[in-house]
Design a binder for this molecule. Structure first.
Ligand code: ZN
Length: 374
């Protein structure tokens, strides 16, 4: 990861580069910044800059063997540590390294929630446990493979339990030669004070909305007003801005499909329903599950009698008209069976039911339920 890939934060980049130029790299540093500020990518870019054998004044070269290894997340002297869901088969960061790599390759900006989702359960808190700190102590004790620094990047040290913190503290206090600890934190208050006092602080401020807006226009091709909305809603949190952008795409997909589906069900058009089911079946399972949740929400809103315009999707006049005409078809007689049929479908989809058979079956049930207008 090169510095140029990171949005803004020029003063932080300059500070980091200066420490290398002036040979005053502190052996334990705490990159402290809010979610989506770029604190993690900055730590990785810093490591790459240190390892790079052909760096210039502003950045790593991106093409030397060291850079290539860092970019592939396979540099033998660069170690990562991060919160994981402790289980029998996953005891340390190494056990889920493939997921970590996937996360970083998807986007260098992500929230801890995004990470838990990648791990397969975004409702479960992660931990950096005692086995993990033992693993770190062992790795750090080894000689460096390439003869230079050994660098450990720990993301969210605030997720360490006390025992793990104490183990880490010991090696931070008496580090083996040429070892760097880059701790990347979002919450200073949760880090134990003894660790805080032994690390040098690198403050990474929240991004200014204007800088994020410019980036979204230039790199993501968003129109100015949309870029401004996302930068503003996310308050400069890049991870959140990216996830809002994704949600927006999903929301318009859901709305389009909901309207199409309900229209077909209402008309009992079997032929076109089968076409619709085929196209929905070809979307991924997550997309289908998300669509079903959206459908439940729309049924509920029909009962309440109004559709909330989310901040991200503004209903067109045609969509608004359809929904108003459609609302009376959802009523106290059919809301329960409709809710049940969607909930059931969700349940079976999660357990790998065939989406084609499942969605067609659901459609046929909705055909019948929709006729019960009061
Ligand atoms: Zn290089």
């Amino acid at each position: 990861m090169q510095f140029k890939e990171i949005i803004g934060q020029e003063p932080v980049k300059k500070h980091l580069i200066d420490t290398v130029k002036e040979k005053r790299i502190s052996h334990a540093q705490l990159f402290l910044g809010p979610e989506g500020s770029g604190n993690l990518p900055l730590a990785i870019a810093y490591a790459q800059y240190i390892f790079c054998t052909n760096k210039d004044e502003y950045d790593a070269c991106g093409t030397c063997p060291s850079c290539k290894k860092v970019q592939a997340f396979s540099h033998p002297d660069l170690h990562f540590s991060y919160p994981i869901h402790l289980q029998k088969s996953t005891r340390t960061s190494d056990d889920v390294f493939a997921d970590w790599k996937k996360q970083l390759e998807t986007s260098i900006y992500f929230s801890v929630q995004d990470w838990y989702k990648t791990l397969g359960n975004d409702n479960k808190q992660g931990t950096i446990g005692t086995e993990e700190s033992q693993r770190i102590v062992k790795k750090i004790a080894l000689k460096s493979y390439e003869g230079g620094y050994k660098i450990l990047i720990m993301w969210l040290p605030e997720m360490m339990n006390l025992q793990a913190s104490n183990k880490l503290l010991k090696i931070i206090e008496e580090p083996p030669k040429d070892t760097l600890f880059l701790l990347v934190s979002e919450n200073q208050e949760k880090i134990i004070p003894t660790i805080l006092s032994r690390t040098q602080l690198v403050k990474v401020p929240r991004l200014k909305e204007a800088i994020l807006t410019d980036y979204l226009i230039r790199e993501k091709g968003l129109p100015k007003n949309e870029a401004e909305t996302f930068a503003h809603l996310s308050e400069g949190n890049v991870a959140l801005a990216f996830s809002l952008m994704e949600n927006k795409e999903q929301a318009s997909f859901n709305l389009d499909n909901f309207i199409k589906w309900m229209r077909l069900c209402y008309m009992r058009n079997v032929g076109e329903t089968i076409d619709w089911v085929d196209s929905m079946a070809s979307a991924g399972r997550e997309t289908q599950k998300n669509f079903l949740v959206f459908t439940l929400g729309m049924f509920r809103q029909s009962i309440v009698g109004h559709y909330t315009n989310s901040e991200l999707v503004v209903l067109t006049e045609a969509q608004q008209q359809f929904l108003e005409k459609f609302a009376p078809f959802i009523n106290h007689k059919n809301i329960l069976p409709l809710t049940e049929v969607i909930n059931d479908a969700y349940y079976h989809l999660e357990r790998n039911a065939n989406p084609k058979i499942l969605l067609l079956d659901v459609s046929l049930k909705i055909f019948a339920y929709l006729k019960r207008k009061v």
